[in-house]
Design a protein around this ligand. Structure first.
Ligand SMILES: *[C@@H]1O[C@H](CO)[C@@H](O)[C@H](O)[C@H]1NC(C)=O
Ligand SMILES: *[C@@H]1O[C@H](CO)[C@@H](O)[C@H](O)[C@H]1NC(C)=O
Length: 443
């Protein structure tokens, strides 16, 4: 009897102790790609105009959800499959949002996009400024349009993997519409339900049946700048999700498909290299190969983003212990913080802000001390190799940017420079976040 119980438990344990490792790839971000092509400043100018217009005309944009991420900075991609048999997609694994979407096979063919993008209802130059597809705007195109428009929104799906629901035996219709606005462009479409599997086909996948996801029928032209990326997979909480859709990992937790309701992120520092192994997402457990033991857990102050409080930040002669709410965000390649603090830090390390580039630059040979962030009484250090990155043409970025959430929510975005310095353990079940050193075998 006793023996049988033990065997039973062992079997049960075996069936439930599922930990899945997901290799990811580092790619060149759209920002870096556009800088090399010389189109970045135009893109930034248009984006800034659009942002200002929206601030002054909030009523025109009723359905815009707030999202911290700009598509153009995302650098780490992973493979997933959707449907049965699995159709492959390369997606951004983003702890700063909560929806999964990929381009649908009908992407760009509907013609309904002019109606769903509220910017396209505007007249004249305002339409050209705000609408993601200038072909939706009536009348002659201005010089403005020619300067800022490189391509139509309708071709943004070209070259991407497209989801064809007719080819999947497990697909279920939903049909509800969705729209997500990122800083740099929007995506919209309808919802469907199918099996979503984390990891590439042919590897050990985390298979999550009955997952609701977005089938994009329209994606803004900025998405086309990243040929390596099909869509985004949000890993934050349901409360942040557009249309309250349950995010894939939360769905996996709800269906008890993983050992523990946590995932661990290890990001590799690869410099400005395109298409190289970039780290590992471990679902259901810790990453014992690349990450050390957990130094400490910090309770989340809000389980929307992975939001928590930090006590202080300092570098060189600068230090402030004002205390802030921050988020840990794999989808942002820099660290964002309040303007006054960022500019004081920039000054302390000798970095200068370039308005036209929308970025800080620093002498590549400069040797700023580590940036120290205090969380729960423990100090975490971000070394130069994770905060100064190659910007090409002999220039280096200082990986910080001024960020204003508008009075609500977090004050800082701890993006990839932080996560490259410490593995982050996203504990969904206990609503806390843990940090570990990156071990030698992971470096
Ligand atoms: C992802 O899939 C592509 C093929 O679509 C493949 O070339 C690449 O090696 C895969 N990457 C990983 C990390 O599995
Ligand atoms: C989607 O798959 C169906 C079934 O094989 C096929 O008939 C259809 O042409 C595909 N759609 C597109 C746009 O490729």
């Amino acid at each position: 009897m006793k023996l049988r119980l033990i065997v039973l438990l062992a079997l049960l344990g075996l069936a439930m102790s599922e930990v899945f490792q997901h290799q990811i790839t580092k790619i060149k971000s759209a920002r870096r790609r556009m800088r090399e092509q010389g189109t970045w400043k135009d893109h930034l100018a248009r984006k800034e105009l659009k942002r200002l217009y929206k601030q002054q005309h909030p009523k025109t944009f009723a359905t815009v959800s707030q999202n911290v991420n700009d598509w153009e900075d995302m650098e780490y991609v992973g493979n997933i499959t959707i449907g049965t048999p699995g159709q492959p997609f390369a997606i951004i694994l983003d702890t700063g949002s909560s929806n999964l979407w990929v381009p649908d096979v009908t992407c760009g063919s509907g013609g309904g996009d002019c109606n769903t993008d509220s910017g396209c209802n505007q007249q004249g130059i305002v339409c050209e400024l705000l609408c993601d597809d200038p072909n939706c705007c009536s009348g002659a195109k201005s010089a403005f349009s020619r300067v800022f428009r490189k391509r139509s929104g309708k071709v943004a799906c070209t070259g991407k993997h497209l989801f064809n629901s007719s080819l999947s035996s497990t697909y279920q219709q939903n049909g509800q519409s969705w729209e997500i606005e990122y800083g740099s462009g929007s995506a919209s479409g309808f919802l469907g339900v199918d099996t979503v599997s984390f990891g590439a086909a042919g590897t050990q996948q985390l298979v999550v049946p009955k997952t609701t996801f977005g089938q994009a029928t329209d994606i803004a032209d900025v998405f086309a700048q990243d040929p390596a990326i099909d869509g985004i997979l949000g890993l934050a909480f349901t409360s942040l999700a557009v249309d309250n859709v349950i995010p894939p990992f939360i769905n996996a937790v709800n269906q008890q498909l993983v050992d523990q309701p946590i995932f661990t992120v290890y990001l590799e520092e690869r410099g400005d290299i395109d298409n190289t192994p970039g780290g590992v997402f471990t679902y259901g457990g810790l990453d014992t190969k690349n990450c050390g033991p957990v130094i400490a857990y910090q309770p989340l102050s809000s389980a929307t983003y992975f939001q928590f409080s930090i006590q202080s930040i300092g570098v060189g002669s600068f230090s402030s212990n004002a205390g802030w709410d921050v988020i840990s965000d794999t989808g942002t390649s820099f660290i964002g913080g309040p303007q006054d603090v960022i500019s004081a830090i920039g000054q302390a390390v000798g970095a200068t802000y370039d308005d036209q580039e929308g970025a800080y630059f620093i002498d590549c040979n400069a040797n700023p001390g580590p940036v120290t962030i205090t969380i729960g009484g423990k100090q975490y250090q971000l070394p130069k190799k994770n905060t100064v990155t190659d910007a090409g043409q002999g220039q280096c970025f200082w990986d910080f940017f001024p960020f204003d959430f508008g009075g609500f929510g977090p004050s800082w975005i701890l993006g990839d420079p932080f996560i490259r310095s410490y593995c982050n353990v996203y504990d969904v079940g206990q609503q806390r976040i843990g940090f570990t050193t990156v071990t030698a075998s992971g470096k």
